[in-house]
Design a binder for this molecule. Structure first.
Ligand SMILES: [Fe+2]
Ligand SMILES: [Fe+2]
Length: 382
């Protein structure tokens, strides 16, 4: 007789070894797991909210893959890419060049969870996470490869992280720290809870909506398909935080504060300009600030409150940066555009400036004067 999943799930996910010829601390060194011997028992309480069996996982992923690929072939036939707005195309170059290899780095992070996480339940979930991230990296490569014949810039999906391109170095540096060099606990707070559960919404939900409006059904579909996986494996952050609040709350506070600030700065480059300057005006759904407030700020405040943590010490500065940070980075990338692999869109025509002033009331007074006028008006001013 075939058992129902719930009859065997709790036993199978808790499968573990009792060591007889090595010390537990040698098999699971603290520098890999992030957990010292003194708190090892507390991690037995780690509980994941997402119950999935391998059989279910394969079935669902298979359906997702066929969905993405069906759209892909239809779109390639329809010649949609040639009709896309240049600003939108820049957003897709930026995304592919800077995130494809992050997906690949996430495979390594998840494989560390599979082997070194301090609970068998977490190690079990790591297997699914690793398969997810492999799928994401391969989808990005596949789609970029399809588009190479239209624009060689899609080559950056594969090569960006093997160059010294400065924008890419900033991304790589952050993910080196939180995915490749972090122990399991640190990686799960910084990568799973902060980036995957919070900030990827902006990249995968907001950009997916803008991409759909811009007519790029293919890319929108790819982003949404990836996000369904992120929403699931990102959940390992919550039980990790719950246990850490019992064993070392100060560490939880510091890890989250650092990860949240670094993520903010990163997404101010990756997504801020794409949403507020590259996406064609009539296709914008929300401003970067509106999206941040609704999807990131509320969400982060709730996590902090629910778990008994304080707001980070820089909170006022962070709120202030929502008015300024990504605008400043946009101006910076625009003036240094010969050094970039994507082709930024200035996005400050008369109508676009009006939109920016409406969304950001201080936009004009805080920007350099030449940025806020048409070239014709500029001549008249001097
Ligand atoms: Fe991913
Ligand atoms: Fe992920």
């Amino acid at each position: 007789m075939l058992l129902n999943r719930d009859d065997w799930y709790d036993t199978s996910r808790d499968l573990d070894w009792t060591f007889t010829y090595v010390e537990a601390s040698d098999a699971f060194p603290a520098r890999w797991s992030g957990v010292g011997a003194e708190s090892a028992d507390a991690w037995q309480a780690w509980d994941e909210p997402f119950r999935v069996s391998y059989r279910d996982y394969v079935r669902i992923q298979r359906e997702k893959e066929s969905g993405v690929k069906a759209v892909r072939s239809a779109m390639m036939r329809a010649g949609v890419y040639e009709k896309l707005d240049a600003g939108h195309v820049a957003a897709s170059h930026l995304h592919m060049g800077t995130t494809c290899m992050v997906e690949q780095m996430a495979v390594t992070m998840q494989s560390r969870f599979c082997r070194f996480a301090p609970s068998p339940r977490w190690r079990n979930l790591g297997v699914f996470g690793m398969l997810d991230e492999t799928r994401h990296a391969q989808l990005d490569l596949l789609f970029s490869h399809d588009l190479l014949k239209f624009d060689p810039r899609f080559d950056w999906a594969q090569k960006a992280f093997h160059t010294n391109e400065w924008g890419v170095l900033a991304v790589k540096n952050f993910f080196d720290d939180i995915m490749l060099s972090a122990d399991c606990v640190e990686a799960s707070l910084a990568a799973s809870l902060t980036v995957e559960h919070g900030f990827t919404n902006i990249q995968f939900v907001a950009l997916a909506a803008d991409a759909m409006a811009a007519g790029d059904v293919n890319w929108s579909n790819l982003l949404s398909s990836i996000q369904t996986d992120e929403a699931r494996h990102a959940q390992v952050g919550f039980p990790t935080l719950a246990v850490l609040m019992e064993t070392d709350p100060a560490r939880a506070q510091t890890s989250l504060d650092v990860a949240f600030w670094r993520s903010t700065r990163l997404f101010q480059v990756l997504t801020g300009p794409a949403m507020d300057y590259y996406t064609p005006l009539d296709q914008r759904k929300m401003s970067f600030k509106e999206f941040m407030l609704e999807w990131i700020v509320n969400h982060h405040e709730r996590i902090l409150e629910d778990y008994g943590l304080k707001k980070p010490w820089y909170w006022d500065q962070f709120m202030h940066s929502l008015e300024n940070g990504h605008h400043a980075l946009h101006i910076g990338t625009w003036y240094w555009r010969p050094t970039l692999f994507w082709k930024p869109n200035a996005g400050v025509s008369k109508d676009e400036r009006e939109w920016l002033r409406e969304k950001y009331p201080t936009w004009e007074e805080l920007r350099p004067a030449e940025w806020c006028t048409d070239p014709g008006e500029r001549v008249a001013l001097t």
